[in-house]
Design a binder for this molecule. Structure first.
Ligand code: HEC
Length: 208
């Protein structure tokens, strides 16, 4: 009998607690299970907890504020992340502006000048990069006879016909965005390096 009684007591307490925790409304979240899942202790980029008492009940902080209070409340818009300065454009890692032309905007791209100054060092790096990324298809001399090129077929002979006169911006764009059967390399090669390859193609392969 005693056992059944205590089971009743425990069950009743359980149901009462369960019902109490359903009492969420408005700003009151009710009892939260594992509150760190809702309120991040580390800073989050786009949200900020400005209530100093938030998470007080499990706080071990020396400043006696709540566990979830984000201390740098001075940033605007209740964000931890700083907003970029107005009218500025972020640069890529190699200091270039982001390349925003779309694959079909080849004509516009053709007008872009090579921003990398031509030096012996740049040519040497361009050669290295060309060997790494282009020879498989275009061949060491750019004649479209690389081993992979022979398999896929239709690879441009960079020394042939109209290809010799391609503007540097055009070649840059084709490497960046791809063209026809040639895939885009923009996600693999940073812009500055592509411009070095372009120098190498113009100076050494096409001798222009
Ligand atoms: C997977 C093989 C492959 C690789 C790698 C490759 N290309 Fe190509 N490339 C091609 C093919 C195929 C074409 C012909 C595209 C077409 O018109 O269908 C081409 C075309 C070109 C053209 C002519 C574009 C035009 O306007 O017709 C240039 C310039 C060029 N590639 C340069 C390069 C350079 C530089 C690299 C190294 C960064 C490179 N390619 C890497 C296969 C490749």
């Amino acid at each position: 009998m005693k056992l059944i009684k205590s089971i009743y007591v425990i069950a009743t307490a359980g149901v009462a607690l369960g019902l109490a925790s359903c009492g969420a409304s408005g700003d009151n979240p009710g009892y939260e299970y594992a509150p760190q899942m809702y309120n991040s202790v580390p800073y989050e980029g786009l949200t900020q907890i400005v209530n100093e008492d938030e998470g007080q009940w499990l706080s071990t902080r020396e400043d006696e504020k709540g566990e979830f209070f984000n201390s740098n409340v001075n940033n605007p818009n209740r964000m931890n992340m700083r907003e970029p300065v107005a009218n500025t454009v972020p640069r890529t890692k190699d200091g270039m502006l982001p390349y925003r032309l779309k694959a079909f905007e080849l004509e516009k791209a053709a007008e872009i000048q090579n921003p990398v100054e031509l030096t012996d060092q740049v040519l040497a790096e361009g050669q290295q990069l060309y060997l790494q990324y282009c020879t498989a298809c275009h061949g060491i001399n750019g004649e479209g006879d690389g081993l992979a090129g022979q398999v896929i077929g239709g690879v441009a002979n960079l020394k042939g016909g109209a290809y010799v006169n391609l503007p540097e911006g055009h070649i840059f764009h084709v490497i960046m965005k791809g063209k026809g059967r040639m895939g885009a390399h923009g996600s693999q090669i940073p812009q500055e390096r592509i411009w070095k390859i372009v120098h190498y193609v113009k100076q050494e392969i096409q001798k222009q």
